[in-house]
Design a protein around this ligand. Structure first.
Ligand SMILES: [Zn+2]
Length: 243
């Protein structure tokens, strides 16, 4: 076993661990986004009901004002009615008053109906508010769990990166720089050649190259995928001898 190569294999192990960790953490931002969307959707629902309620309240105020104005008009007309000398004018005004009173009665009925709708909407909004509060608590809890996971993940990555820096110091600099170059394009960058086949790309390497790898326990480059290749025994301890 080659100590220098063993250091590179160890470095790759740490790199693959970091990679797997990052992969497993990819879901967190998406999950958090989904929860936030869920929350804003629920908020939108409450707001929609609240707006309906506000609208009904506005309608009621307008109607109340109209009714008050109409009543005042009727009151004035009734005063004028007693002052009418002509029968024809009296009859005409009396008819106007009658029409106004009927319109007022209709508006009063509408007001009662709006009052009923308002009560229903208030109940609905109250219910939706409670649902939303429960959702905020539930989603908030889940978001906190995810934030804790993200923080834990970041801590793990930091630890692994510290370990990586330490392991990297044990790798011969030219080999390390070659490894870094290959790693940017292919992972894993260091692979073994087993029975003449590169374990990175599954292509055969020339027999001469395979023989050299086995006898020297050095590294070379796969002619097909350009990964760093070596014999398995160069980085793996030989199988334990049977007693
Ligand atoms: Zn290859």
């Amino acid at each position: 076993m080659q100590e220098r190569l063993k250091a590179l294999a160890d470095l790759q192990k740490v790199d693959l661990e970091i990679l797997a960790l990052r992969k497993s953490a990819e879901v967190y931002p998406r999950q958090m986004g989904e929860l936030e969307r869920e929350l804003s959707l629920a908020k939108g629902e409450v707001e929609a009901e609240r707006n309906k309620l506000l609208d009904v309240e506005r309608q009621r105020r307008t109607l109340e004002q109209n009714i008050a104005e109409e009543k005042e008009k009727v009151r004035k007309w009734e005063t004028r009615l007693s002052e009418q000398r002509s029968t024809r004018e009296y009859a005409a005004l009396a008819r106007e008053i009658d029409i106004a009173k009927k319109a007022n009665a209709t508006m009063a009925e509408e007001l009662v109906e709006l009052g009923k709708i308002q009560v229903q909407l208030r109940e609905l909004v109250k219910g939706k508010d409670q649902q939303y509060a429960a959702k905020v608590a539930d989603v908030g809890g889940k978001l906190n769990e995810l934030r804790a996971k993200v923080a834990g993940f970041e801590g793990q990555v930091k630890e692994l990166q510290a370990k990586r820096a330490e392991v990297a110091r044990g790798v011969h600099p030219p080999l390390l720089s070659r490894y870094e170059t290959v790693r940017r394009r292919r992972s894993p960058a260091l692979v073994t050649v087993v029975a003449g086949t590169c374990q990175g790309c599954n292509m055969s390497v020339p027999p001469q190259l395979f023989n050299t790898l086995k006898t020297t326990l050095e590294t070379d480059i796969c002619p097909s995928c350009h990964r760093i290749i070596c014999a398995p025994e160069a980085i793996e301890p030989p199988p334990a001898k049977k007693e």
